[in-house]
Design a protein around this ligand. Sequence first.
Ligand code: 0O2
Length: 209
Amino acid sequence: MSAQFSDTEFTLLKDALTVYEWALKTLMTKLQIIHEDLKNFQGGSPIEHFKGRIKTPDSIAKKLQKLNLEITAENAKQRLQDIAGTRIICQFSKDIYSLVETLKSMPDCEVILEKDYVTNPKPSGYRSYHLIMNVPVFYSGKTEKIPVEVQIRTEAMDFWATLEHKVRYKYNEYIPAHLSDELIICADKIAELDNRMYLIHDIISLINQ
Ligand code: 0O2
């Protein structure tokens, strides 16, 4: 049976999502400032582009069901850390690490979880760097820390993840072996391509110096 919020819980969730929207907006404004400063005044930004999203109620319900949790607004708030999420695209894998250091040095947004799927890809072949950042939101006379998931990856990693996500959706999570094998081969080739492109970039930078 498809997972769904009851009418009462749906209303509670909708109200709760407002604070996640504020947290996402706050973090994205901070990212924009970091990007513009690095690009215009520090000689270059590792950020190509970024976007944000709030998970849909359907997707939240599905995730709670997957975790065997009751589908309530409270469980969503207490147990999910990716209700608000931003995805940042960098040119090169090395840029991912310099950006992670910049984000970790932000004094007002604490990193509470870090997963390096770039150095340690998932068995599916998925590569990306994940951070969960606690973003403070001041409203109704109080400050609440809201978790926001930050996914950082290269353009090539994003290309792969988007296609794999479509395949996963098509097969309802269970990708046939011949396709998952092919996706793993593609993921490895993409990682190699990322490295080779960076080498070319490195050579050009050396020549420019
Ligand atoms: P959506 O629709 O993108 O939000 P889990 O989500 O159960 O795998 P966990 O611990 O919650 O595990 O987080 P994890 O492993 O850090 O992954 C969270 C998100 O990373 C996923 O969110 C995806 O966006 C992305 N991701 C992780 N693994 C893969 C993968 O193998 N392929 C692709 N394409 N994306 C992946 P959601 O909620 O699954 O989906």
